[in-house]
Ligand binder design. Sequence first.
Ligand code: PEP
Length: 255
Amino acid sequence: MSRKYVIAGNWKMNKTSEEGAELAKDIVLAVGQQAEVEVVVCPPFTLLESVSKVLEGSNIKLGGQNMHPAVSGAYTGEISAEMLRNHFSSYVILGHSERRAYFDETDNFVNQKVKVALENQLRPILCVGETLEEREAEKTLDVVKTQLVDGLVGVSAEQTGSVVIAYEPVWAIGTGKVATPEEAQVVHAFIRQTLAELYDSAHADKIRILYGGSMKASNARELLAQEDIDGGLIGGAALESNSFIDLVKVAIDQD
Ligand code: PEP
C-alpha cells in the first residue's frame, strides 16, 4: 500500500513575522514545487497570514497548531476552525501532548475538535503518545488505543480519508531521545490495526500515521523505512530551514 509521506513542521511558539516569512521562503524555494511528499508548515496563529502569502503558488500546505471546537463566542484567546480556513489552513494539529499536559485537554475535548475540523474541511493531525512513566509501566499500547479510539468517536469511515494520526512518544519530544525505528513501528502497526478494527483494513491502510519525537534528517531514513511510518511531525528540526529541508529531501528520496 503506497501512502504519500507527510512531513509537517510544528513551529510551536517560535518566530516573528519576518523570521517566519524567511523560513517559509527558504522551504518554498527548496521543496515548494515537488509533489512526491506533502509538506505542511504549522506556524503560530499570528503568522498564518504572512506565511500563507509566501506559500501562494507552491505545493506547501499551511496548518494551525490548535483550534477551539466552538463556531464563535466568548472563548478568550481561542481561534475557530473557520478562522483557520479563512487564513488558508488546510491542516490542524490536535491533541498535541503539550496541549494535553499544559492545558489539560482531555480525549473528549480533542474529539470535539477533530469532528469540527473535519466538518470545516480541515485535516486534523491527531496526536497520540505515551509518557515515559506509562512506557515503563508497559501501558504504551493501552494509552495510545484510548487516545485514538476516544479521539475518533463519531468520525465516519469516509472522513478518515482526511485524518492524519501522529504517534508522538512524549519522552521523545524535544529531548533528543528518538524511539528506535523498531519501537516506533510496533506502535504504528498497532495504531493501524486499531484503525482496522474501528473501520476496516481498506480504510486503515489509507490513513497516514506520522512519527514525532526528535526526528531529523539523520534519523529519518530508518524511521521512514518502517512499513507503517508515513512521515513525520517535526518540532525542533522544523525551526531551521536547512534541517527541515534536508528532512523533506530524505522523505523524497525514500519515496
Ligand atoms: C513535536 O512537538 O511534535 C515534536 C515532535 O517535537 P521535536 O521534533 O522537537 O521532538
